[in-house]
Design a protein around this ligand. Structure first.
Ligand SMILES: [Zn+2]
Length: 402
C-alpha cells in the first residue's frame, strides 16, 4: 500500500490517489485501503474531507531519506523528502583516489550531520541511508566491499578490509536514542545497481522485467534487472562489464583496477576516451568533447565513436546473455554523448556483435538516455531506501502517535 503511494509519488509528484486507484495499484480491496488509511492516518497527508475523504497520499515532509555516494574522486550527500524530492542541492567534496577510507567515512559522516543540521532535522526523521560505492558490494555479507583484485586494486582493497561499511558509517554518525535508525536502516550497494533500481522506479526501465542499466562515466559498469529485480550475482560482481576484454593483441593495455589486459574500461571509459585526446576527465572537459564531436571530421568524433563501438560490442555480448527488453545509457559521460553515439558507433558495435533477434528484442523497449545526467546513483540509493524502509518507518511513527 505504501509502495503504491510511493510509486504514485514518483510518477505524479505526490498527487493524491483516489481510494479506487490505490486499491487497484496495491492489489487490495477498497475496504482494506480504508483500513490501512485509518491505521496510518496520523502520518499520511490530511485528506480533503476527513474520514469521508475519497483520496489518500503520503505526507512528504513526515521524514527524510539520505543518500551518500563515494566515487574515486568525489563524495556526495543528498537529502530528500519521502517522495525522493531533494531538500537542497547535493553537498559535494573532492577526495583523492588514495584517501584512507576511514578518513572518507569520517568526512561522509560529518557531511551528513551538516546537511541534517542545515535542513533543521535530526536522526529521528531519517527513514534510512543508502551508501553508494564505485565497486561491487557482496550480497552474501551485508556492507562488505569487494575489490576486483586484492593485489591490483589498491584504492579499494582498503575498503574491503573495513568489513561492514554500513556499521563503520553508522558508528561515526553517533546517532543515539531508540528512534534513531539502526544498522538495518543502512543499505550499501554498487553505484550501477542503485542507478538501475532508480531507473526501474522512476525512469525508462519502469515496469521492465529484463533490462540493463549502463553506467558510463570515468569508469564503466552496469546494473542488471532480471525478472524485475536488480540482480547483483552471487558475490556482487554481476554487471562488471568494464572489465570484459575487448583486445588481446600486443597493444592491449593492462588494467590498473583488475589486473587483466584489454579491458573495455581501458579503451571506452570516459576517462580513456578523453585521455586518448590528451585530456583529463571532468564534466567541463566532457562538454568540450561533445561540442567538438559534432564535427564528423574532428579527432573528438573519431575517438568517441571508436570507444562507443567497443562498448557496443560488449553490450551486444550482454544481449546474448541477458536478452533484455531495454537498455538505459547513464553516467555523466553516457548521458552527455548519447545523441552522438546512439545511431553511430554504439549501434555499429551492437550490430557487429549481437544476433538480430536479440537486437530486435531490445529495440522493442528501446535504448534510452538515463533520466538524470548526474547524481543518478545517489538518487537511486535514496529510492531503494524509501522502497524498502518507508512502510516500516510509517508504521512505527503511526504507532508512536497513538
Ligand atoms: Zn579491468
Amino acid at each position: 500500500m505504501v509502495r503504491a503511494l510511493l510509486q504514485s509519488g514518483f510518477d505524479q509528484g505526490g498527487k493524491a490517489l483516489t481510494l479506487a486507484q490505490a486499491a487497484r495499484q496495491a492489489s487490495l480491496s477498497r475496504p482494506s485501503v480504508v483500513t490501512v488509511r485509518e491505521q496510518l492516518r496520523s502520518v499520511l497527508a490530511p485528506g480533503d474531507g476527513g474520514e469521508s475523504s475519497q483520496t489518500i497520499s503520503l505526507d512528504p515532509d513526515r521524514g527524510l531519506a539520505i543518500g551518500v555516494e563515494v566515487r574515486q574522486d568525489e563524495l556526495t550527500v543528498l537529502l530528500t523528502d519521502l517522495l525522493g524530492m531533494p531538500l537542497g542541492e547535493p553537498s559535494q567534496e573532492g577526495k583523492s583516489l588514495e584517501e584512507d577510507p576511514r578518513i572518507t567515512l569520517d568526512r561522509a559522516a560529518a557531511l551528513v550531520e551538516r546537511c541534517l543540521g542545515e535542513a533543521g532535522r535530526n536522526s529521528e526523521d531519517v527513514v534510512g541511508l543508502g551508501l553508494s560505492l564505485a565497486h561491487p558490494v557482496d550480497p552474501r555479507h551485508s556492507g562488505m566491499v569487494r575489490a576486483l583484485n586484492m593485489t591490483e586494486d589498491n584504492a579499494w582493497h582498503l575498503w574491503e578490509g573495513l568489513g561492514d561499511i554500513r556499521q563503520q558509517l553508522r558508528q561515526r554518525l553517533r546517532w543515539s536514542g531508540s528512534q534513531a535508525p539502526g544498522l538495518e536502516h543502512f543499505i550499501a550497494d554498487n553505484d550501477a545497481n542503485f542507478s538501475a533500481f532508480g531507473e526501474s522506479r522512476w525512469g525508462s526501465l519502469r515496469g521492465m522485467q529484463h533490462a540493463l542499466y549502463l553506467h558510463w562515466a570515468d569508469g564503466i559498469g552496469s546494473g542488471l534487472i532480471v525478472r524485475g529485480e536488480v540482480d547483483p550475482g552471487v558475490g556482487g560482481v554481476a554487471g562488471a562489464i568494464g572489465h570484459m576484454s575487448v583486445s588481446d593483441g600486443p597493444d592491449a593495455m593492462r588494467c590498473p583496477r583488475c589486473g587483466l589486459s584489454g579491458c573495455l574500461e581501458t579503451v571506452a571509459s570516459g576517462r580513456a576516451i578523453l585521455l586518448s585526446l590528451g585530456r583529463e576527465y571532468s564534466l567541463g572537459g566532457l562538454d568540450e568533447l561533445v561540442a567538438e564531436a559534432t564535427d564528423p571530421d574532428s579527432a573528438a568524433f573519431h575517438s568517441l565513436q571508436a570507444g562507443a563501438f567497443q562498448l557496443g560490442r560488449v553490450l551486444g555480448t550482454c544481449l546474448h546473455i541477458l536478452n533484455p527488453e531495454a537498455i538505459v545509457i547513464g553516467g555523466a559521460f553516457g548521458h552527455s554523448v548519447f545523441d552522438l553515439v546512439r545511431n553511430d558507433g554504439l549501434e555499429q558495435g551492437l550490430r557487429h556483435q549481437a544476433v538480430p533477434s536479440a537486437l530486435d528484442d531490445v529495440n522493442v523497449g528501446g535504448i534510452h538516455r538515463s533520466r538524470f545526467r548526474t547524481h543518478t546513483a545517489v538518487r537511486g540509493a535514496i529510492t531503494r531506501v524509501l522502497w524498502e524502509l518507508l512502510p516500516g518507518f510509517l508504521c512505527r511513527k503511526a504507532e508512536q502517535a497513538t
